[in-house]
Design a protein around this ligand. Sequence first.
Ligand code: ADP
Length: 167
Amino acid sequence: MQITLVHGDITEQSVDAVVNAANSSLLGGGGVDGAIHRRGGPEILAECRLLRASRYGKGLPTGEAVATTAGRLPARWVIHTVGPVHSRTEDRSGLLASCYRASLRVADELGARSVAFPAVSTGVYGWPMDDAARISLETVRQADTAVEDIRFVLFDSAAYAVFEARL
Ligand code: ADP
C-alpha cells in the first residue's frame, strides 16, 4: 500500500473511490460534502435518498460508511462516512479510526484499488488537525485492505504541512 499526500480539492481526484466527510442525514452539507454534491451532480444525492429510504431511515451511524455512484466526478464511487464531532470531554478517536476502516472495507467490497480521503472531522466537526492526521495515518497503515493507492487530499497548505510532518 502506498500512502500519498495531495494538496488540493478532493473532487478533482481521478481515483476509484472518493471518500466523503458526510453527515448522518446523507442529504448533503457544507465542506467536502457540499463540494462533492455540487461537482458530482444530482445523481449522488438521488442515490443517497434511496439509501435513506431503504437501509438508513435513522441516518448513517457515526463511524460507518456506504457507497454510491460518483456522478460526474472523475471517480467510480463515492464512499460516504460520518465522522464524529470532536469532544473535549469524551475520547471519540475510536469512531474517527472507524471511519477510515469502514471506508476501506467498503472499498474492498467494491474492488477499488485507489481511494482518496479528506481529513474527516477536521472542518465543521472541529477535530484538531494534528490529532486527526495521527489517527488517520495510523489507521490506514494498519488496515488489512487490498487498496493499493491511498491519497489524503488536504485542502489547505497548513493541513498539508501537518500531515506531511506526521507521515
Ligand atoms: P467534517 O464535517 O467531517 O468536519 P468538513 O467537510 O467540514 O467535514 O471538513 C473536513 C476537511 O475537509 C476540512 O479540513 C476542510 O478544510 C476540508 N475540505 C473542505 N473542502 C474540501 C475539498 N473540496 N477537498 C478536500 N478537502 C476539503
